[in-house]
Design a protein around this ligand. Structure first.
Ligand SMILES: [Zn+2]
Length: 446
């Protein structure tokens, strides 16, 4: 197709649009999609009317702030109402070619429909991310993600459209995946961060040297926070001798909506598709760009089911200053899920901070489990870890070291650090790992 493989960008004009130009495009698309949603999706007609706003009120990007939020619950409540696709859908079912459903954290899975054009633009965005991390047509790529209904599954088409040789690994058992890495010598693989870590460990235990016996140069990770935690990324890179790139997606929008570039300083978000707002997690009040809060996304071009002011439940910030790579699309920094955050002694604690500390410590495996519980009407946390078999220190010393490191980083000590032998924690999984157990009984929201 004649794309210059030496070009740094998949779509140079789009990726390096001056901010002003980018925002001009966002405004035109926003006006169009809000009008489209109002005209075709019964939910938006009703909610805009109730709020006393109309699409023509949008004269500049900030006018969007007058419009009501939606969230996961809105999706659940409107799904199947009036039609199969429900009241948020803005096209008839015959125009829809694909639905993904949420990988199902809690509650009823929600489905996300795509028209043919939505789907093609989704894949073009995925090609952009793959190109951004350096994938070229001569790469061999293993897509080791679950395909069943999961929105990350079809991302492989973006790599195929780019021209790479794609191996649809899915969720193969580790032995077979390692066999493929050994015999087909792929250069790039995408999986979850915990699995990238565990697969590396498994390779070592099976007698492979991941740096010599395979040819993996780049690892894409998504689905969990690890790829944005420097210590975790570094730990995976050390095992594989490969560069790790974090991708971030939402089943409600695209498989990957944002991706790291070679500078690994936040994830470039496709601002031509998604308008990002940051709001106070308690009050919903709008925050200036750069401040940390709940990320609110508006999809600018998805017609099957536009999301207008969707509260993602993810806590983070957006940096719209220029990146050294030359791309002008803002970079998001994700701290964690709102639901996972807990407060200890008035300090907001994110499991990702705990993970960063655990992964930096020597003499422990890096596996962990966090228990959040209530004592004396306040939240406490305990951490369980695994000691390496060759670590000569006694358990109490290891526990003290970890406790001190957590206090230094987070500001509050864990109530307890439990030390297990290597393999003693049952946190290793082939997909997303369950690492947080919330034992609190009080029913309050934070
Ligand atoms: Zn960049």
């Amino acid at each position: 197709m004649g794309r210059n493989v030496n070009s740094k960008y998949w779509d140079e004009e789009l990726e390096t649009l001056p901010r002003e130009e980018l925002e001009k495009r966002q405004l035109a698309d926003l006006q169009e999609i809000v009008q489209f949603a109002y005209d075709h999706a019964p939910y938006y007609k009703r909610s805009f009317d109730e709020a006393g706003v109309k699409p023509s009120d949008i004269k500049q990007l900030s006018d969007l702030q007058k419009f009501p939020f939606i969230n996961k619950k809105t999706q659940r409540d409107t799904q199947g109402v009036g039609s199969f696709l429900g009241e948020l859908a803005a096209v008839p079912e015959e125009d829809v070619v694909f639905i993904s459903t949420s990988s199902g954290s809690t509650g009823v899975p929600t489905m996300s429909p795509f028209t043919k054009k939505d789907f093609d633009e989704f894949q073009d965005t995925e090609s952009r991310w793959f190109w951004q991390i350096g994938m070229r047509p001569n790469d061999r790529y293993v897509h080791a993600l679950n395909f069943s209904l999961y929105v990350g599954g079809p991302d492989v088409i973006g790599a195929q459209n780019l021209g790479a040789l794609c191996i649809w690994g899915g969720t193969l058992p580790s032995e077979r995946l390692l066999f493929i890495l050994k015999t087909y010598k792929p250069t790039i693989i995408w999986t979850s961060p915990s699995y990238a870590w565990q697969l590396g460990e498994k390779a070592l235990k099976s007698g492979y040297d991941p740096k010599k016996d395979f040819n993996i140069k780049k690892i894409i990770v998504a689905g969990e926070l690890g790829g944005s935690i420097d210590a975790t990324r570094k730990a995976i890179e050390d095992i594989w001798g490969a560069e790790v790139f974090d991708f971030y997606g939402l089943s409600d929008i695209f498989g990957a909506c944002a991706a790291q570039c070679e500078y690994h300083d936040g994830l470039h978000i496709a601002e031509n598709h998604i308008l990002v707002e940051t709001v106070d997690i308690h009050t919903g009040e709008i925050l200036p760009p750069g401040e940390t809060g709940e990320l609110v996304f508006t999809t600018l071009r998805k017609h099957a089911r536009p999301l207008i002011r969707f509260r993602t439940g993810d806590i983070g910030r957006i940096d719209q200053t220029p990146c050294k790579c030359g791309r002008t699309h803002g970079r998001i920094h994700i701290l964690g899920r709102k639901d996972d955050m807990f407060i200890v002694s008035a300090v907001n604690v994110f499991p990702s901070d705990i993970e960063a500390v655990i992964r930096e410590q020597h003499g422990i495996t890096g596996e962990y489990l966090i228990r959040i519980f209530e004592k004396d009407f306040t939240s406490k946390y305990a951490v369980e870890i695994e000691k390496n078999n060759d670590n000569p220190k006694d358990d109490a010393t290891v526990a003290d070291e970890v406790s001190a490191a957590l206090k230094a980083r987070i500001g509050v000590k864990p109530a307890k650090v439990v030390v297990h032998p290597d393999g003693g924690l049952n946190t290793r999984s082939e997909h997303k790992s369950k690492r947080i157990i919330d034992e609190r009984k009080l029913d309050y929201t934070i």
